[in-house]
Ligand binder design. Structure first.
Ligand SMILES: *[C@@H]1O[C@H](CO)[C@@H](O)[C@H](O)[C@H]1NC(C)=O
Ligand SMILES: *[C@@H]1O[C@H](CO)[C@@H](O)[C@H](O)[C@H]1NC(C)=O
Ligand SMILES: *[C@@H]1O[C@H](CO)[C@@H](O)[C@H](O)[C@H]1NC(C)=O
Ligand SMILES: *[C@@H]1O[C@H](CO)[C@@H](O)[C@H](O)[C@H]1NC(C)=O
Ligand SMILES: *[C@@H]1O[C@H](CO)[C@@H](O)[C@H](O)[C@H]1NC(C)=O
Ligand SMILES: *[C@@H]1O[C@H](CO)[C@@H](O)[C@H](O)[C@H]1NC(C)=O
Length: 519
């Protein structure tokens, strides 16, 4: 077929139009209204919202907004203006020359329940939408995961590895569980395949086999039996070997999940209690075992893996009694429960004397605390705000990463074998063949997608009065990213970088991420 000039021009214009649409086409949220709450974004096998990160161009900024009113990563670009001293609006001045901690990443936990719910979607396109939403470039680009060593409360049974034969100090029968092969490994691999950055995985044991413990049970008041301290360390080594055989490298491991619970017997789920001397002995032995192995010498060994309020016990006190332990720990892992009662400045105060130790947040979920009425609260904006504020406060206090709890749960916040249900950024409704992205999903994404590994937090100084809370970063691609949290009405704020400023209209009750080139 031969085209005349006019036809040719039409084709060219259509091509350009098509290219433009395809290039920047984000699939918008399929919003479903929830009474008295914000909206859910519904994904089916044929539809799921996406977001791409656009490179800001010279003289422009790109902004992404999510709001209680229903915006979800609403993208727009604006022009930078010359900075005006006399603005009547408050100004945030960014200083990329003053840098703080370097970011490791963001992610969630591949629990047995998360994997089971994901598999329960059954349709492979729908399952892939969930993976792409979390790990893909068209999603929120998680680059960290947490995988429990054996079972947790978010399993359908209590179990550990090598439960039989009992008293098997040499762990002669250590194999992975059906849950690893059915749920966790496939989900981790799917995320690794979808992600463009390496996925770094942290691990922890909730409870080892009952025979290693003084109470011979998965829950309740317990300690390790003294004769199995080394076996407990070997148990971790064998787990890491088994995952390596599946081509899943483990990046970091803690001494145990939430040591305080089993220590005081205050728990209804899989736990292990600790005395400080056992903790010291296991830390030394774990360090020696990993550091002396060729394959796993770089694995990060993490202290605590417990609430912020346990920092004085499991760091300050532990280190003051056993000063040699400082050298064995790479960092400290913190959980978020009860953070509202413990100021984040505790972190910087306690860690000031240990500048070479990083702090990472390894567990968080809403719906778990006594003040939470509902397990799953569909469309809750206030739960998204809890996430956003906690992540921001942690980052403003030198924390290098933030890992969520279950990647997805069912509509009652399960399944689980013990304790009650909790909430998750993605809720699976397998019966309806759909899943829901909660407002919490977008709260996570405003950080995880736009603050890539290797970003460094930078200084922000405030001129004028504003309720807008903020944190800012310099990314490895030399852009500056600013996150804003507005808990009130529509307002205005200027963001100054050098002699330029972005004049931002901030939406009512919203999260905003703004990206611009560093000058
Ligand atoms: C929504 O709020 C109204 C007024 O507070 C209340 O009467 C109603 O029961 C609520 N609906 C739901 C589904 O919670
Ligand atoms: C932006 O947000 C509004 C909700 O306030 C929504 O109706 C609209 O479609 C969104 N625009 C885009 C491009 O996503
Ligand atoms: C080894 O563990 C499996 C469960 O994984 C169990 O069925 C089997 O009996 C155990 N073998 C011995 C010798 O205890
Ligand atoms: C935390 O402490 C700082 C000062 O160290 C204070 O400015 C801030 O208001 C406190 N935050 C809370 C939530 O109490
Ligand atoms: C799996 O999906 C079915 C419906 O397809 C549902 O009845 C069942 O409760 C789901 N399982 C869990 C653990 O949520
Ligand atoms: C940012 O830098 C200013 C000096 O330019 C300093 O006064 C302020 O404390 C710094 N802010 C933070 C959060 O460190």
């Amino acid at each position: 077929m031969k085209l005349n000039l006019k036809q040719c021009a039409v084709v060219a214009i259509l091509c350009m139009l098509w290219f433009t649409l395809v290039r920047s086409a984000d699939v918008p949220c399929a919003a479903r209204a929830v009474a008295n709450n914000s909206v859910l974004c519904v994904c089916t096998k044929d539809y799921c919202d996406t977001v791409t990160r656009d490179e800001p161009s010279e003289g422009k900024y790109v902004s992404y907004v999510s709001s209680e009113g229903g915006m979800r990563f609403n993208k727009s670009t604006g022009s930078l203006k010359c900075f005006e001293e006399t603005s009547k609006y408050p100004t945030l001045t960014l200083d990329p020359e003053i840098k703080y901690q370097t970011i490791t990443g963001f992610g969630g936990a591949v629990t047995d329940s998360a994997g089971l719910n994901w598999k329960n979607l059954t349709d492979s396109k729908l399952m892939q939408h969930l993976i792409d939403s979390y790990c893909g470039d068209s999603g929120i680009q998680y680059n960290m995961l947490r995988v429990p060593i054996g079972g947790t409360d978010f399993s359908t049974r209590a179990y550990a590895y090598n439960e039989l034969p009992e008293n098997d100090a040499a762990l002669t029968n250590f194999t992975l569980a059906p849950e690893d092969y059915e749920y966790k490994i496939p989900m981790i691999k799917a995320c690794m395949a979808a992600a463009s950055a390496p996925i770094q995985i942290v691990s922890a044991t909730w409870s080892p086999p009952a025979w290693m413990k003084t109470n011979n049970d998965f829950r309740g008041y317990s300690r390790l039996k003294q004769e199995y301290l080394q076996t407990y360390v070997d148990y971790h080594y064998k787990f890491i070997e088994k995952y390596a055989e599946e081509e899943i490298p483990i990046w970091g491991v803690s001494i145990s999940n939430e040591p305080l619970h089993g220590t005081i017997g205050f728990n209804t789920i899989n736990t292990l209690g600790w005395s400080l001397d056992y903790m010291a002995e296991v830390t030394r032995s774990m360090s020696s075992k990993f550091r002396n192995s060729a394959a796993y010498k770089d694995i990060k060994i993490l202290a605590l893996d417990d609430q912020r309020y346990t920092l004085p016990l499991y760091w300050t006190t532990l280190i003051s009694i056993y000063p040699d332990l400082v050298d064995y720990f790479d960092g400290v892992a913190l959980h978020w429960y009860y953070n509202r009662y413990v100021n984040a400045s505790t972190i910087t105060r306690v860690m000031r004397d240990y500048p070479d130790k990083f702090v990472i947040s390894t567990e968080a979920c809403t719906g778990a605390q006594p003040t939470d009425v509902l397990d799953v609260d569909l469309g809750s904006w206030s739960r998204a705000e809890e996430y956003f504020v906690d992540i921001m406060e942690n980052l403003n206090h030198n924390v290098v990463g933030w890992i969520d709890w279950n990647l997805c749960l069912n509509t009652v916040g399960g399944p689980k074998w013990a304790g009650s249900g909790v909430d998750s950024p993605i809720i699976i409704n397998a019966e309806a063949r759909e899943f829901y992205k909660q407002p919490m999903f977008y709260a996570m994404g405003h950080f995880s997608k736009f603050v890539p590994r290797g970003s460094q937090r930078i200084n922000v100084s405030v001129l004028g009065q504003t309720n807008i809370q903020h944190v800012a970063f310099l990314t490895p691609s030399n852009t500056v990213v600013v996150l804003l949290y507005n808990d009130g009405d529509k307002t205005r704020i200027n963001i100054r970088l050098g002699d330029k400023e972005a004049r931002i209209k901030v939406e009512t009750k919203s999260f905003t991420t703004i990206e611009m080139l560093n000058q």
